[in-house]
Design a protein around this ligand. Structure first.
Ligand SMILES: Nc1ncnc2c1ncn2[C@@H]1O[C@H](COP(=O)(O)OP(=O)(O)OP(=O)(O)O)[C@@H](O)[C@H]1O
Ligand SMILES: [Mg+2]
Length: 383
């Protein structure tokens, strides 16, 4: 965990650094940075911000609140020698998690640091649980249609981001709305040092209040601006900002794809019930095995499924192994109309089998609930 300590008092900074050295966390000292909290948080990306608030006038609660909102995963602890209810109330409203009266005895500080570390760990596990990758076994499997429409349906109940990682010929936006993307993923990558929640939000396109897309570059040549480490950073941040992050992935096994798959809790392999699709699915699964992705991370979506198909679900299971299988109905006319009009299918045919199947799929990606303990609970526990 990254700990950043901010104080005007260099002696205090040294003392806390010495005390916390044995915790094994990374510690950065930021003398006199309390007036530049936001820049400091962007540069140093703290998981835990320890602020010297012994001089009340050095503390700007409005700024703390802004930074806390921008970085919901970050814990803020104040060192303050007051326990006035008004001060505590203001601190709590600004998003402060704990207020420590002094450094001695040191145990409450250690306990607070370990609580923050546990929160970071839990948040990381939960954030990973929010990212779901969709990849087709063959061209035209229906990946983009399914992931764009799935996102639209999930966004009725959750805040959803779809990231189009088909960097050369990504077209996910056009399945949901007409027109060019004003901003695309490569815009972020050219400015990656500035990446933070507001930049990410400003780079997405809102399809509905709850559904955003980070679109693929407009020109194939701009794909080279997007590096694997950029993708990892964008997805890590996105997972802190959205309930669910969906990825439309190309079938190109390279460092960018692996970087995206590493961030994903589940990988949905989209195929159709045909021999070439099964053959490609088998190849992709062996790539996933070599990357150490466990079987429980991978699920199959058999698109355009028809019960009377020669290739039954049993046969698919026998060929590809015991993976979870979801099916999506065939609906050529309605699906084509939706795609050609650039609107989600549910707007045209809300009772279509495809819509019901996507709703069922939604149950498998529902995000875990987050119930962080607030300052009052902390105070209560300490009392
Ligand atoms: N459930 C479905 N029923 C009928 N047709 C479908 C279904 N899903 C997708 N299609 C059709 O399959 C075609 C390909 O879909 P889509 O573009 O989503 O595939 P893709 O896997 O993203 O392709 P690419 O490899 O080019 O990225 C579309 O024209 C669409 O009409
Ligand atoms: Mg596609």
């Amino acid at each position: 965990m990254n700990i950043v300590i901010i104080s005007e008092d260099r002696q205090l900074l040294q003392n806390i650094q010495t005390l916390l050295a044995r915790t094994g966390h990374e510690i950065a000292l930021a003398p006199g940075k309390s007036s530049e909290l936001s820049a400091c948080a962007t540069d140093l990306a703290p998981d835990l911000l320890l602020l010297d608030a012994r001089h009340r006038q050095a503390i700007d609660f409005a700024q703390i609140e802004r930074v806390s909102l921008e970085r919901p995963g970050m814990t803020v602890i104040l060192l303050a020698d007051t326990d006035s209810p008004a001060f505590l109330m203001e601190a709590m409203r600004a998003g402060v998690r704990e207020v420590l009266p002094s450094l001695q005895p040191a145990q409450p500080l250690f306990d607070a640091v370990e609580r923050a570390a546990a929160k970071v760990q839990a948040a990381q596990a939960m954030d990973t649980a929010k990212v779901h990758a969709f990849i087709g076994t063959s061209g035209g499997s229906g990946t983009t249609f399914l992931v764009t429409n799935f996102g639209y349906q999930l966004a009725q109940f959750h805040k959803v981001l779809l990231v189009d990682l088909n960097l050369q010929f990504g077209d996910a936006l056009s399945y949901l709305q007409d027109g060019k993307a004003p901003r695309t993923i490569d815009d972020i990558c050219r400015d990656i040092k500035r990446l933070d929640a507001p930049l990410l939000a400003a780079s997405t396109i809102k399809i509905t209040p709850n559904y955003s897309i980070l679109a693929a570059p407009e020109e194939p040549s701009q794909a080279t601006d997007v590096k694997p480490e950029h993708v990892a950073a964008i997805l890590k941040l996105a997972a802190t900002q959205y309930d669910i992050v969906l990825l439309d992935l190309p079938r190109m096994v390279d460092a960018t794809l692996i970087s995206a798959l590493d961030q994903a809790a589940s990988i949905f392999l989209v195929l159709q019930a045909s021999v070439p699709h099964l053959r490609n699915a088998d190849k992709l699964l062996s790539v996933f095995r070599s990357l150490d992705y466990t079987r429980d991370k991978i699920e199959l979506i058999v698109n355009r499924y028809e019960k009377r198909s020669d290739i039954t679900l049993d046969k698919i299971k026998r060929t590809l192994g015991p993976l979870e299988i979801h099916t999506i109905a065939n609906g050529y006319r309605q699906v084509s109309t939706a795609i050609n009009q650039g609107v989600p299918l549910v707007q045209l045919e809300s009772r279509h089998g495809v819509i019901r199947n996507l709703s069922d799929l939604g149950d498998t990606v529902t995000p875990p609930a987050d119930h962080p303990a607030g300052l009052f609970e902390r105070l209560f526990r300490r009392a």
